[in-house]
Unconditional design. Structure first.
Length: 452
């Protein structure tokens, strides 16, 4: 596709060169002035300003504009042919790129020269205002065609959208092109008014225009490089952070596995997680909260890793000092995961899963709505799992007995709404007919209590 695009431009440009050179009135051309135009074009083409995507721009088009203002399209095309030749060898370029540069420069110069005459520009210039206006319009045409042709070939060869290439490389050049075009017109007008030496005096503004291009691109390239470095640093930091989080999660997983080995009751994790997430969904919590419940149900007892195994497995009642030690595990667990961003959503659950609805729980004595709903969910589900699991200090309760305990403690230890929803959920599980009956009985008792 790129080759076809360049071939089409080259064919059109070859026809244009033949027409423009053949119809040019060369007898009206001042050899000395035309030589100055060619020298300016050659000199400025030797020092182009390089853009972002292996393309470049020079202020040689000011000389091209001076050529068509003074002598017509043929002189402008001849000037651009010289620019294309210099561009081909400094440095040497492959044939395809040479063909494209020849084509784009030729077509842009010819169409701009014709536009100059179409909007009222005279050759040679005889009215300053009309000349400047015609040059401004034709300069815009030159800018649009030159930048459009180049953005097109870059887009085809790299697969980058045309609009993106044009915005990045050329959108900012609008004012510079117009200003440099006016410099070219000034060069022509100075020659008309003051002769050859008057034109020489207007070479300096071209140098200023080139320097403005160069300075802008230098600053832009520095900013671009700095931004790329920041992106690279951010990517490294992100990768390091992800690696750190994975390591931290691995440590927490190892802690949970160690805790399961110390305390057999922790091994009921899978059913607790499943039921807690289901209950949370039934209570209408958000997706973010669902993930917090999932994590919290998994790691809520991680703080028990700090409690001696003989206390966790003790068959009889705990002494006051032992109980005080056990009551520290929510705080310790929350501290263990405080620096693990991936577990941050579960920290409130870890800290509050032993708070009681009536405010007599630990570690902070929170009451009612002060306790995060996610922690209340995990507390009810974990209590049911604990009651139906074997403990060193008591036997296993039946499901009915565990449900009775939940009902008895609704409003004191547990949120009544959470208990109601949980019993309903258990009734929906396979082989859960007795839970469904318990749910109905609990709901009836709750309604009566509210109505008394």
């Amino acid at each position: 596709m790129t080759t076809t695009y360049i071939a089409a431009l080259a064919t059109l440009a070859a026809v244009t060169v033949g027409y423009a050179i053949g119809t040019q009135s060369w007898s009206a051309v001042d050899p000395a002035m035309f030589a100055l135009i060619l020298v300016l074009a050659a000199a400025t083409q030797r020092v182009p300003v390089f853009l972002f995507r292996s393309s470049a721009v020079s202020v040689s088009f000011a000389a091209t504009i001076a050529a068509y203002v003074l002598y017509g399209p043929g002189a402008a095309v001849a000037t651009n042919l010289l620019c294309a030749a210099i561009n081909a060898v400094s440095p040497r370029k492959p044939f395809q790129k040479v063909a494209f540069n020849f084509s784009s420069l030729t077509l842009a110069a010819f169409v701009a020269a014709e536009t100059y005459h179409l909007v009222g520009g005279a050759t040679p210039p005889n009215d300053l205002f009309r000349t400047v206006l015609a040059v401004a319009v034709s300069g815009l045409v030159y800018y649009a065609l030159g930048s459009g042709f180049t953005a097109g070939v870059i887009s085809l060869s790299t697969g980058t959208p045309f609009a993106s290439v044009w915005r990045e490389n050329y959108a900012w050049m609008f004012v510079n092109f117009v200003a440099t075009a006016v410099n070219g017109a000034s060069l022509a007008v100075a020659y008309q008014a003051l002769g050859f030496f008057g034109a020489v005096m207007f070479v300096l503004p071209l140098g200023v225009a080139w320097y403005s291009f160069k300075l802008y691109m230098t600053r832009s390239e520095e900013t671009r490089r700095h931004n790329e470095e920041l992106v690279a640093v951010n990517q490294k930091l992100r990768a390091a952070n992800e690696s750190l989080e994975r390591s931290q999660l691995s440590v927490v997983e190892a802690l949970v596995e160690t805790l399961e080995a110390k305390d057999a009751s922790v091994g009921r994790t899978a059913s607790t997680v499943t039921r807690a997430v289901g209950l949370a969904r039934r209570l209408g919590v958000s997706e973010d909260e669902l993930e917090a419940v999932r994590l919290g149900a998994l790691i809520h007892d991680v703080g028990k890793i700090s409690i001696p195994e003989q206390i966790l497995r003790k068959a009889g009642p705990l002494t006051k000092s032992e109980w005080d030690l056990v009551k520290q595990h929510p705080t310790i667990g929350a501290q263990l995961i405080v620096n693990v961003p991936a577990l941050a959503p579960a920290r409130a659950i870890v800290l509050a899963h032993h708070e009681r609805y009536d405010g007599t729980g630990y570690p902070r004595g929170l009451r009612g709505a002060e306790i995060p709903l996610a922690a209340q969910i995990v507390a009810a589900v974990d209590a049911y799992a604990a009651m139906t699991a074997s403990r060193p200090y008591r036997g296993t309760l039946s499901e009915d007995e565990a449900l009775d305990e939940l009902r008895r403690n609704a409003g004191t230890q547990f949120n009544p709404a959470v208990v109601q929803a949980f019993i309903t959920q258990l009734g929906d599980e396979p082989h859960g007919a007795h839970q469904a009956e318990a749910s109905a009985a609990f709901a009836f008792r709750t309604v009566r209590a509210d109505g008394d």
